[in-house]
Design a protein around this ligand. Structure first.
Ligand SMILES: Cc1ncc(COP(=O)(O)O)c(C=O)c1O
Length: 393
């Protein structure tokens, strides 16, 4: 079945059993069993798709996990308390003294913060690599995972996922990918060779900016270590957030189409505006990542980043504060448009503050793109007005 159909029909077993359209929300910390035999059966192994105790989930959790596994064209899914919890569970499950992790340099900032502050001090060798690197020479006997995020957070570089996967698999190394940007609607991660796909469902999958949730997908084999880690560390999601995410999932495909149309309209319009130096969005045919995006993705919902022309701090403040339809906030993937000054983690150490490009990340919500462009046009006048002494920090 096509993804649009699966989004509607997957994850509804318990709904059908209850003669309902929507699965019941089952909140419980404690599972009780009808017999000692049933109890003994539930205790064996690492269970994430049958009730055992609240941490492993309730029927609501299992509905979401089954739906997500189906939509991602794989066997299984683990729900975690946030997108970052999903990332750290995957990394921690493959880390340890003497182990080597290859991590894409442009990953989400807190992913690097976890590597630098938790994994490296406890003995894991973490090596960052740039998006255009041939990873074959970097792989070692001790390499236990390659981790990428495509496109890169904030700087939006594309990664050649099939080439990275082929090189890693040649050496028996699994590949994990933070696939939050594409979602399974636009990015068929497992078909491209990804073993472990990670989604901050907080963003597009839930889509309503009212919860935090992570989802990890892959085969039973690929996720065995991650399941064990989650089971032992108590990384789990609440049934309420799973229920809301299932509700968001039903409309994911239509929302993604709308986000894509509007993001392209706004991004294209921005490319010709005074005060805008560059738009970093792989769905634009002028972007260096366009070819890779075309071959790996079936769509692009945004968000995207804009490099502004050099401007004074006052002009920049005026620009941000003049926006009325774009909320100033550090998220994306919801129904509402957002703006955020972007300081990519991997560029922080490299550039002196005055040399750093003035980057702004936009998330284009479900408003009319024409209203959004009008809002941006007004704000951009702050950058181009005669009062600004361009280039003065
Ligand atoms: C690419 C990416 N991955 C993961 C996360 C983390 O998700 P959460 O906020 O649910 O922890 C974010 C959050 O902004 C993100 O942008």
């Amino acid at each position: 079945m096509d993804t649009e159909t699966l989004l509607i029909h997957a994850g509804r077993q318990t709904a059908i059993a209850a003669n309902a359209v929507s699965p019941p929300l089952v909140r419980t910390s404690t599972t009780v069993f009808a017999s000692y035999d049933a109890y003994k059966q539930a205790q064996g192994g690492l269970v994430f798709d049958g009730p055992r105790y609240g941490r492993s989930g309730t029927s609501t959790t299992f509905e979401l996990q089954r739906a997500m596994a189906q939509i991602a064209h794989t066997e299984t899914c683990i729900a975690t308390s946030s997108g970052l919890a999903a990332i750290t569970a995957v990394l921690a499950a493959h880390a340890g003294p003497g182990r080597h992790l290859l991590v894409g340099a442009g990953v989400y900032g807190p992913t690097r913060v976890f590597c630098d502050n938790v994994l490296i001090p406890s003995g894991t060798d973490v090596e960052y690599f740039a998006h255009d690197t041939d990873i074959a020479p970097l792989l070692r006997e001790s390499t236990s995972l390659v981790f990428v995020e495509t496109p890169a957070s904030l700087t939006m570089e594309m990664w050649d996922v099939p080439a990275i996967s082929a090189a890693a698999h040649d050496r028996g190394v699994p590949v994990a990918c933070d696939a939050t940007w594409g979602t399974p609607v636009f990015f068929d991660a497992h078909a491209l060779g990804i073993d472990i796909s990670i989604h901050a469902a907080t963003k597009f999958i839930n889509g309503h900016s009212d919860l935090l949730l992570g989802l990890i997908t892959g085969t039973l084999d690929a996720l065995a270590g991650v399941r064990a880690y989650c089971d032992r560390s108590g990384t789990h999601a609440a049934p309420d957030t799973c229920w809301l995410t299932l509700r968001g999932l039903r409309t994911l495909a239509v929302r993604m189409e709308h986000h894509q149309r509007s993001a392209l309209t706004v991004a294209q319009w921005l490319t010709s505006q005074p005060g805008v130096q560059r738009v970093l969005f792989p769905a634009l045919d002028t972007d260096p990542g366009y070819k890779l995006w075309q071959t790996q993705f079936s769509g692009a919902a945004g968000p995207f980043t804009v490099e502004l022309a050099p401007c004074s701090e006052a002009a920049f403040t005026g620009f941000i504060d003049s926006l009325s339809l774009f909320g100033l906030g550090t998220s994306w993937g919801g129904f509402e448009s957002l703006v955020m000054p972007a300081v990519p983690h991997h560029l922080r150490a490299l550039a002196a503050p005055t040399d750093a490009p003035r980057l702004v990340r936009f998330h284009i919500g479900l408003e009319s793109p024409h209203d959004l462009c009008d809002d941006l046009a007004t704000a951009l006048t702050c950058l181009t007005s005669a009062h600004d002494t361009a280039g003065t920090p």
